[in-house]
Design a protein around this ligand. Structure first.
Ligand code: NAX
Ligand code: ADP
Length: 289
């Protein structure tokens, strides 16, 4: 497809399998990873539910959710397993369902602390204006509009194509970049990059990006719980998150299309929550080999 380099790694099931781990008898909830989400707002409470549901359904030891009272109530109504007390995490997800213009000074200070810390951070949507200069291992997950705004903040001009654009953003930011689209491009600061078939066009529906952020947070927490890494390790994990998200969308669309085999051209309409709910089948299929 136009906008990506033919030589780039195209992430496939075998690549995703290397980034997933089946829990063992030696595991406990902490060894499987704890992901914390500071997402959702009074304007967009649903984004909190979507990210939390996606994180649980990707498979993680614990999900902490910290957000406004209304969003917290919705999260607990959908997923009472969610822990709403602050505490240790192995990865943060910030920004989904938030608006930078509506951020309080208190929330800005908390997010600045997270970005200055040593736990990895997935930054989406309303947190993307805060990421420049972050010390934490960071992966940003912009769509095209958000990416253009981020590049403007970094003082970057136009690039030759989407892949080059993601790579130069990653280099300038010192963070991994997951640039969403029908083909999702992932790049790291050292120049590693991959392209992932994002899934069927049915995915172009509100909230699927919030789901993807939850998937990625869960995978990063699981990875860091086993073995803390660097920003370069976030690239393959991000590609795997995009791959799983796309595969879950294929499965959900196939189910919506009354069981037709899933593919880009067939299936029926899906919602973001349908994608989150199909994640266990996508994970199980990968782990089954
Ligand atoms: N149920 C919910 O609570 C939902 C909350 N959401 C949240 O809503 C907030 C606003 O996100 P939006 O993405 O709608 O708006 P944004 O304010 O990020 O940007 C929308 C603008 O970017 C432009 N744009 C260019 N390329 C685009 C692309 N590929 N996709 C989307 N916009 C593109 C659009 O034309 C538009 O002018 C975010 O915090 C997001 O997380 C959305 O995820 C939808 C679902
Ligand atoms: N035409 C398309 N085909 C396949 N996937 C798409 C298409 N358009 C968008 N997507 C995917 O849908 C998701 C949309 O994310 P995003 O724009 O952040 O939505 P939201 O903010 O509503 O959650 C991303 O994973 C993106 O890769």
């Amino acid at each position: 497809m136009a906008g990506t380099d033919a030589w780039m790694t195209r992430w496939a099931a075998a690549d995703a399998a290397r980034c997933l781990r089946r829990p063992t008898a030696a595991d406990d909830k902490y060894s499987r990873g704890v992901v914390g989400l500071r997402t959702g707002s009074d304007a967009y409470p649903g984004a909190a539910v979507l990210g939390v549901q996606a994180a649980w359904r990707t498979g993680v030891g614990m999900v902490r959710y910290l957000g406004p009272a209304g969003a917290t109530a919705l999260v607990l109504a959908r997923r009472p397993e969610t822990v709403t007390a602050d505490g240790r995490v192995q990865a943060w997800v910030i920004g989904s369902g938030t608006d930078a213009a509506a951020r309080t000074a208190g929330e800005a200070a908390v997010l600045a602390g997270i970005l200055a810390g040593d736990m990895p951070v997935v930054a989406d949507a309303g947190a993307l204006d805060l990421v420049i200069g972050a010390a934490a291992p960071l992966v940003v997950t912009p769509h095209a509009g958000e990416h253009a705004r981020l590049r403007a903040l970094l003082g970057l001009g136009p690039a030759a194509d989407r892949a080059a654009s993601a790579r130069s953003t990653a280099a300038a930011l010192g963070a991994a970049v997951l640039l969403k689209g029908a083909e999702t491009v992932i790049a790291t600061p050292a120049g590693w990059s991959a392209v992932v078939d994002a899934g069927p066009p049915w995915l172009a529906t509100a909230g699927t990006g919030d789901v993807l952020a939850g998937v990625l947070g869960a995978l990063v927490a699981g990875r860091w719980a086993q073995r803390p890494g660097t920003v370069e390790d976030l690239g393959p994990v991000a590609a795997t998150a995009a791959w799983l998200h796309g595969r879950a969308a294929v499965l959900a669309a196939a189910q919506a299309g009354h069981g037709q085999a899933g593919g880009a051209q067939i299936g029926g309409p899906i919602t973001a929550l349908d994608v989150a709910d199909a994640l266990p089948r996508a994970v199980a299929a990968i782990l089954a080999g």
